[in-house]
Design a protein around this ligand. Structure first.
Ligand code: HEC
Length: 274
């Protein structure tokens, strides 16, 4: 034997025909498949990818620009930040917003005044006078602020009923803002309607009474002009800026504007229509 075939046994005596056939037939099969693959798959996927990518890119650009997805490349935001905060939730309310201010007053009332004047504002007969419908609460701002800062002692008539106790002064423990918040609350709860009172107004009265060291008597309180309203607070105007459409617009309860909840405030605030 002079030649060596891989299909012969190592000693050259046998030729493995079955193996030889298997190999060639396998190659043939592979060649057929390869032919099929090269014709049917490769060119198709290449050509198909191009339009698919084009559509994806176009759609992405469209969505980014028009639906608000992605960076705001065009300087146009489909969810504009309007003053009213639509789409982004309402803007944080100013602490002087009537609703915020009165809500703070309510909370303070609940810790300071409620034990005597009660949650109903009706007090306790013969002991603690009512704040509901009380002329001391609803008359001039200066009277109520004076009462809260320095208290009252001795005989006092409220809503036609007599009392003779002590209303403890609050001015030492409570700052101007808290006094204003409580006053605003009691003037606008239980059917009461009165102007809101702000810290800058309390400050004026506190300064005026700076030398005072004892609670008021009824006679002294009556010397304070019952219509003694104070100069309008600057706080009333502040929150309106950039907060809501101007008065007269159809806007519902607008932050900062004299709103329904604060309608009583219009008594001293610049009212929409008068
Ligand atoms: C310890 C009980 C007590 C507490 C607390 C108290 N008051 Fe009074 N208040 C009285 C009494 C008693 C009078 C009547 C005083 C008198 O007879 O001279 C009075 C009178 C008043 C008056 C004038 C009369 C009227 O009813 O309108 C107002 C206004 C008032 N209080 C508001 C408040 C507010 C607001 C608070 C909380 C900051 C408060 N009081 C906390 C007991 C209290």
């Amino acid at each position: 034997m002079s030649t060596f075939s891989p299909f012969q046994s190592p000693d050259g005596t046998e030729t493995d025909y079955s193996r030889k056939l298997n190999v060639s037939s396998t190659h043939a099969a592979a060649a057929r498949e390869k032919g099929n693959l090269s014709v049917s798959r490769t060119p198709l996927s290449l050509w198909a990818l191009i339009p698919i990518c084009a559509v994806a890119v176009a759609a992405g650009g469209y969505l980014a620009g028009n639906v608000g997805w992605g960076p705001n490349l065009q300087g146009y935001n489909a969810v504009p930040e309007l003053p009213g905060g639509e789409g982004n939730g309402p803007p944080p309310l100013s602490p002087y917003d009537p609703k915020v201010w009165v809500a703070k007053g309510k909370a303070e009332y609940g810790t300071v005044c409620i034990s005597c004047h009660q949650g109903t504002g009706e007090g306790q007969p013969g002991q603690y006078p009512p704040l509901k419908g009380s002329e001391w609460v609803l008359h001039g701002e200066e009277r109520l602020i004076s009462i809260l800062l320095h208290g009252i002692s001795g005989p006092l008539t409220v809503n036609g009923k007599s009392f003779n106790g002590l209303m403890p002064p609050q001015g030492g423990a409570k700052n101007d803002a808290v006094i204003g918040q409580i006053a605003s609350y009691v003037r606008n709860e239980w059917g009461n309607t009165g102007s809101l009172i702000y810290d800058d107004q309390v400050k004026v009265v506190r300064a005026k009474l700076a030398s005072r060291t004892s609670p008021f008597s009824e006679a002294e309180l009556k010397q304070i002009d019952p219509e003694g309203n104070l100069p309008p607070s600057k706080r009333n105007a502040a929150p309106a800026e950039g907060a809501a459409p101007a008065a007269g617009g159809p806007a519902p309860v607008a932050a900062g504007a004299p709103a329904p909840a604060a309608a009583p405030a219009a008594a001293s605030a610049p009212a929409p229509a008068k």
